[in-house]
Design a protein around this ligand. Sequence first.
Ligand code: HEC
Ligand code: HEC
Length: 266
Amino acid sequence: MRSGTPRRRNKAARPLSLVLALVLLGSLYAALMPSAQVAADTGTSAQVAEGKALFQVTCSSCHGLNGEGTSQGPSLIGVGAASVDFQVSTGRMPMARPGEQAPRKVNTYTAEEIGKLSAYVASLGPGPAVPKSSQYDYSTLTDEQIARGGELFRTNCSACHQAAANGGALPNGKYAPSLHGVEPLHIYEAVRTGPQQMPVFAEGAIPDEDLASIIGYLKGIEDQPSAGFSLGGLGPVTEGLFGWIIGIGGLCLFAVWITSRGARAK
Ligand code: HEC
Ligand code: HEC
């Protein structure tokens, strides 16, 4: 009798807790999501204030207490939320020390903190906003659009990033990085904000549809090479190794076959 009770309770409790969990999840979603979206778009005053506090701790030594810039770093007035999101998410900022070029590093900030920093910098002056995912979505592109993205890439970007987007050296010890593995969001933001030597391409120069095509093209060539390249990319070494293993292996098998035939013939 005792062992039966908990079992019966369990049977009823399972669907009930499932329903409860669903209701909780639903209301949590409802409570959190819309406010997060609004905040990401406009930046609430609380977010701006918290962003300012964070900024003054980690960024102001180079960018000034109010983002006005110092001899160590440029003014951030008018660079926009997209620039902060790009620079901090890719680990370029905060820069460890002023140098030739801020390299990509592991980002140590949470999305929430980056949102606050972005909201604060956006409040200093109008600049490019962090895009919505629909602006850089490349999943529905046709082959034609992707081919056009390739053309646009060759005209606008390959001079620095090279035709296969593997990156290349620039004058004065600077470089344009490889674009393989860069998130679509960060490609969008880099194009709109022009980090360092890179020019800004505004909507007038490259509209959103064209930018999505470029992103689609970049993601396409990223997938492609791995199939053909793994052998060809290492060139003669891999091919030599292949030849060695198959060639010598084949010869050994042949030798074994010959000897076994010879043995049988005797
Ligand atoms: C050690 C100095 C230093 C620190 C600390 C630093 N920055 Fe920077 N920052 C720079 C320099 C120098 C540049 C310009 C050169 C570059 O982009 O590499 C720059 C560029 C930027 C840009 C690009 C501006 C543009 O024109 O689009 C943004 C945005 C930015 N920093 C944000 C931040 C934020 C946010 C923090 C704090 C989390 C931070 N930085 C901390 C030195 C610094
Ligand atoms: C004049 C040279 C130049 C041109 C033209 C140029 N870029 Fe760049 N690009 C750079 C440099 C330099 C950087 C590195 C900036 C930094 O590290 O702060 C960069 C960075 C980037 C990044 C960031 C990569 C990362 O690792 O986070 C992306 C994405 C990018 N470029 C895409 C493009 C696209 C797409 C185009 C064409 C529409 C383009 N670039 C045109 C020089 C250029």
